[in-house]
Design a protein around this ligand. Structure first.
Ligand SMILES: Cc1ncc(COP(=O)(O)O)c(C=O)c1O
Length: 435
């Protein structure tokens, strides 16, 4: 067999030798934005006392206004990260010790630590097979008298089932928070994600579609929630008396403020985001067209009237159709060059913090504050769909990020096809390795 046909895993020539290039939309516009802040000399406009500077500087306000204009929401607040904005969101809904917030286990850790930081506990509902978002039926089954809110995560760039989730929240008098860090400008039934819930949160961290190094934005249509979040952002305890704020629940503040340079860069990135999304979608569509010709690899599903913005490209793998175990397939494709990973992050509840219920101090708080703590168990089997997808079915790549090209997409498909065509050699070697 020629070197080109032999799997790279066995010394053949890899299909793809180009190094993966990280998304980086930073250009002249961001440079000019930083310079205008430096020339002004005011690197943060925030002061933690009542008055105009309590609400942030020129660039922070301009970024917030850009979100208000783009999404038609009443309020937008810039934070130093999406994690901070999520923490402010959970605080704003009044969650505290003894309360529960239902959340997806298939997400980055910050979705549920934002809940813990208020003294409430996360309750993990299972996810759906195709959108990988939280399953409304599982959410409903997990509602208790302690439930205060639901946090849906629009994971990988696709909306969770936000319509039914909002309906459940409204019917039970709960708040719906959208962790929209991975899905700016995704659509759910024609509506922008982040705006279906009572609060939506966006991220500008280095790895997101749009970036300012670090940063986050919270949007809401509710004035009371916006005020609570703004107080938490900027040392609220020191200003509430002078500002005449009577409802002081969860207003002990932190410094969660965004700097002027971050806000200036974030504005430029937010302007570019629709075009950056469009390029990801173009590349992802090419990948889907190629992969759908191969047996056993199911490209990401886009629900009707939804827009997927492909923060990550997540496929389902059917080992029965290919005859190759997933992890062996992934190893062989990786050897051919492209970035491919088996699964995403393990379900959040499998982390030691949850399994051992050790968070603040060593005495079990905040779990100990929950009236049904003796029945709260975090461990394997809690969310079977999530575990099945993570352990055996999902594969993830970021190859559809610009500046990768259509040609890179074709090479990815070629690498997968080559591995599938070499099934027998791969399985024989797998057996040899095992014996
Ligand atoms: C789903 C999700 N939520 C929250 C965050 C936290 O975002 P940030 O890094 O801006 O705090 C991330 C970041 O990776 C994320 O992917």
């Amino acid at each position: 067999m020629s070197k080109a046909n032999t799997l790279a895993l066995f010394g053949g020539t890899p299909v793809y030798t180009a190094p993966f290039r990280f998304n980086n939309g930073i250009g002249a516009e961001e440079q000019a934005a930083v310079m205008r802040v430096l020339e002004r000399g005011e690197l943060s406009g925030f002061i933690a006392s009542p008055g105009a500077p309590f609400w942030g500087g020129i660039e922070v306000k301009a970024l917030q206004q850009a979100f208000v204009d783009h999404y038609g929401v009443a309020h937008a607040l810039a934070f130093n990260s999406a994690t901070s904005a999520l923490h402010a969101a959970v605080s704003a809904i009044g969650a505290g010790p003894g309360d529960e917030v239902i959340v997806s286990p298939y997400t980055m850790s910050a979705s549920s630590t934002a809940i813990l930081m208020t003294g409430a506990v996360p309750i993990f509902a299972d996810i759906e097979d195709d959108s990988f978002g939280i399953d409304p039926a599982s959410v409903e089954a997990n509602i208790t008298p302690q439930t205060r809110g639901i946090m849906a995560v629009n994971i990988f760039g696709h909306a969770a089932r936000l319509g039914p989730l909002r309906e459940i929240a409204d019917r039970h008098g709960l708040f719906l928070i959208e962790d929209n860090a991975q899905a700016p400008d995704a659509l759910y039934k024609g509506r922008p994600t982040g705006t279906v819930g009572h609060i939506g949160v966006f991220s500008f961290n280095r790895h997101k579609v749009m970036q300012s190094g670090e940063g986050g934005v919270l949007v809401t249509g509710d004035e009371r929630l916006a005020l609570k979040a703004a107080l938490l952002r900027n040392h609220g305890e020191a200003v509430v008396a002078d500002m005449g704020v009577d409802d002081i629940v969860n207003t002990a503040g932190l410094n969660l403020r965004m700097t002027e340079m971050e806000a200036a860069v974030a504005q430029e990135q937010f302007r570019k985001m629709p075009a950056m999304n469009a390029e990801r979608i173009r590349l992802a569509n090419r990948l889907s067209a190629g992969l759908s010709e191969l047996p056993g690899i199911v490209p990401p599903k886009v629900e009707p009237d939804c827009r997927h913005v492909f923060y990550m490209y997540v496929m389902k793998y059917d080992a029965r159709a290919t005859g190759i175990p997933r992890d062996l397939f992934v190893k062989a494709v990786q050897a051919e060059g492209p970035f491919l990973r088996a699964g995403y992050l393990r379900p959040t509840y499998l982390e030691p913090l949850y399994r051992r219920k050790i968070c603040f101090g060593a005495k079990g708080f905040p779990f100990s504050a929950n009236p049904r703590n003796d029945r709260l168990a975090y461990g394997p089997g809690l969310c079977p769909t999530c575990e099945r997808l993570q352990d055996g079915e999902l594969m993830l790549t970021a190859i559809m990020q610009p500046p990768q090209t259509l040609d890179d997409m074709d090479r990815f498909v070629e690498a997968c096809a080559k591995v599938l065509a070499n099934r027998d050699a791969l399985l024989a070697a797998g057996k040899r390795l095992a014996s």
